[in-house]
Design a protein. Sequence first.
Length: 109
Amino acid sequence: MEKRKTFYQKTYTDHSQNSINQYIQKFNVASAKAAVENFYQTALTSDQEYAIKYHSYGSMGLFNEWLNNLSSITIEDLATFQYNHTPEFLKIAYQNYSFRNSKFLSKKG
């Protein structure tokens, strides 16, 4: 990410209706929901859904601060911080969910 920082800065400056940030937010939330529901084989609770959104929005906000040089944190430290603050139920689901075989990520033909 550090090597492509300039690319991301240009990409994330678009704040239109179909901005990359909005797309990434939707993708992050949808993939987290899919991982949790698949692993636990149950629908999300309201608390889980809000925790996923809170984590995703916070992570993207911190990423944007790093990207725009508004934070002195390194990308490695940011990744560690974000992992350490990921809700435990979500960590477990991500560690046990195979995205390669996911219908969510499969190509639609």
